[in-house]
Design a protein around this ligand. Structure first.
Ligand code: ADP
Ligand code: MG
Length: 587
């Protein structure tokens, strides 16, 4: 998975040069965009000049033909300008969208390389909001940024030069007022963009409020809290309305001030021009050209204000993008890591300690664990919840790194094994199953993307899921999730089992994989689990002890560490914690 811009560059380069790198594959669009932008600015600048020339040279001499020829040429130029406008709007935005797409792609490739600890620290929601809307602001910057800047600078300089050529005094007035106008415009824009940011924040807030109210509707019905919820909702809704009101006020101030300042400028130019005409220092024709330039002049001032705004929001988005791109995966392949083929599956823990926190003083979740999980046998892990069973299992595929000690598979330290090949050898069924919003067929295929449909049906038969799936109107093509059917917890777990059947790994980890099943169904798939476990190294975590009595070895794990190891009969004879747990469950 290679990214558009090499990940190592994110540490070394400045944001702006990273940003420029994203144009790499769109240089042609960029050049096209810039040329068209330049032509647009050039046509805008020539119009008053040509008008002035035609008015002062052809009209008095009654060269009507030449006059209308020039005016006709100008009309044609404006049609051309329209075409350029189309190119800039369409291909320019397309370039922005391409750049956005590449960034989104880089972000996702990068996120996939990050490890479990990163996802513990970062909320999925905040990642989503980074992948989507903020990158949109970047698109706008990528496209409008260089273009706006070019058009504004060219037309400002061009208009100023032309104004000076027409009349030095009038030119001076405008040249001096330009910086002032730009400052005013930027300040007003800044107010507007602050207001727009606040509005966005409160939109996000009200949206999550709406979502939580609607998702909780059944709960409010159950507790009879509908009225309270409605009131709470109305409050939020009012606050949102207040935020909108503030935004519109700022917007009104912005537009009315901008427009009046610019109109006053035109009027002022006419007044000054009129004054000089009366003193015979300026001709009417020059005044016409002059007023035309004043309007050319006003456009870049608006544009520069707009540019500062998209620059701010686009760069803010880009900086947050860089921030994620800079996060280093906690768990990476060693340089000389070896790719393992199918392992036999003996797992040994030697003096393994682990804590989720990176702090030295943090309490260990697991400390000094020594355990041999024999190849091809079933090892059950039981104990109180919070005892560290899931944690222990997550260390085997290297979702997390041990603090000290080592875990070996077939005698090889897992840190010396290529991560992908390590994980290929391990199949996990977790307590909460994640299903993609796709068909059941594709969800099962996730276990082995190369599998054909027949293998998928076979796996789903083994997981005792086939009959149910066939009873659905669309069978295996049924889409699950939000817009599809809702599966029960037990059905999800069976899909997850089918995935593992399909993956067919030598090492199997079932983390309370049957906890969502009722006893009847559990008994039904008990045999399919036994079939799945046969000939594999299986680690089975179970709440209900009835499911693990047949295990070759049972490990009792609690906060104190491994308290007991042995077969069911051994541990029953010991009358220790396992026996007590057993007694409690049978009562
Ligand atoms: P079990 O599976 O035996 O119920 P776990 O391994 O899930 O226990 O949890 C062991 C301890 O580790 C618990 O105290 C739990 O709060 C903590 N823990 C589990 N997952 C995380 C995590 N991702 N980040 C921080 N602490 C965690
Ligand atoms: Mg657990």
């Amino acid at each position: 998975m290679k990214t558009t811009v090499d990940e190592s560059l994110f540490d070394r380069e400045r944001p702006l040069s990273l940003f420029v790198r994203y144009y790499r594959y769109d240089v042609h669009l960029f050049v096209l965009d810039m040329i068209c932008a330049l032509l647009i600015a050039a046509i805008d600048l020539t119009f008053p000049m040509v008008t002035r020339y035609a008015l002062s040279n052809y009209l008095p001499e009654k060269k009507y033909e030449a006059f209308f020829l020039v005016i006709g040429a100008m009309a044609a130029a404006f049609v051309l300008r329209g075409l350029m406008q189309f190119v800039v709007t369409y291909w320019g935005h397309l370039m922005g969208a391409n750049i956005e797409m590449r960034m989104r792609y880089d972000l996702f490739s990068h996120i996939q390389k990050l490890s479990f600890p990163f996802f513990d620290r970062t909320r999925t929601g905040s990642l989503m909001s980074r992948i989507l809307p903020e990158l949109f602001d970047i698109t706008e910057l990528a496209h409008h940024g260089p273009e706006e800047l070019l058009i504004s600078v060219v037309s400002l300089i061009g208009a100023t030069v032309a104004l000076f050529m027409i009349n030095v005094k009038l030119g001076l007035i405008l040249a001096l007022s330009a910086p002032l106008l730009i400052v005013i415009a930027i300040l007003l824009r800044k107010k507007l963009s602050d207001a727009s940011r606040r509005l966005k924040e409160s939109t996000a807030e009200i949206n999550s409020e709406i979502e939580s109210c609607i998702s909780g509707v059944r709960l409010s019905m159950a507790f009879g809290n509908e009225e309270r919820q409605t009131e709470k909702f109305q409050n939020k809704s009012w606050l949102y309305r207040v935020a909108k009101g503030r935004y519109y006020r700022t917007m009104a101030v912005f537009h009315s001030s901008m427009e009046s300042v610019l109109s006053v400028l035109s009027v002022f130019a006419i007044a000054a021009g009129g004054f000089w005409i009366m003193k015979d220092e300026l001709s009417i024709v020059d005044l016409v050209a002059f007023t035309l330039y004043v309007s050319v002049f006003a456009a870049p001032i608006r544009r520069i204000a707009f540019f500062t705004e998209i620059y701010q929001s686009g760069m803010a988005g880009f900086l947050r993008f860089i921030e994620i791109m800079k996060v280093k995966p906690d768990i990476v392949n060693r340089d000389n890591a070896i790719a393992m083929d199918r392992v036999a599956g003996e797992i040994t823990f030697t003096g393994v300690s682990f804590s989720y926190s990176r702090e030295e003083s943090a309490d260990m979740i697991l400390s000094d664990i020594n355990l041999v999980i024999p190849a091809g046998k079933t090892t059950a892990v039981v104990g109180p919840s919070g005892g560290g069973k899931t944690t222990l299992c997550h260390l085997i595929p290297r979702f997390y790194e041990t603090r000290s000690g080592s875990i070996k598979i077939d005698g090889t330290d897992i840190r010396d094994i290529e991560i992908a090949s390590l994980r290929k050898n391990i199949g996990i069924v977790q307590q909460d199953v994640y299903l993609f919003a796709e068909s059941i067929m594709e969800n099962i295929r996730f276990g082995n993307p190369d599998a054909d449909d027949e293998a998928i049906l076979e796996a789903s038969r083994k997981a005792e899921m086939h009959d149910y799936i066939m009873s659905l109107p669309d069978g295996y093509q049924t889409v699950v999730g939000e817009r599809g059917v809702t599966l029960s917890g037990g059905q999800k777990q069976r899909i997850s089992l089918a995935r593992v059947f399909l993956k067919n790994p030598p090492i199997l980890i079932l983390d309370e994989a049957t906890s969502a099943l009722d006893t009847v169904t559990e008994n039904k798939i008990k045999s399919s689990i036994e079939r799945l476990a046969k000939g594999r190294t299986s680690v089975i975590i179970a709440h209900r002890l009835s499911t693990i009595q047949m295990a070759d070895q049972i490990v009792y794990l609690s906060e104190k560490g491994i308290e007991e190891i042995g077969s069911h009969d051994d541990l029953m004879n010991l009358q220790g914690p396992y026996w007590r747990l057993q007694k409690m469950q049978s009562e």
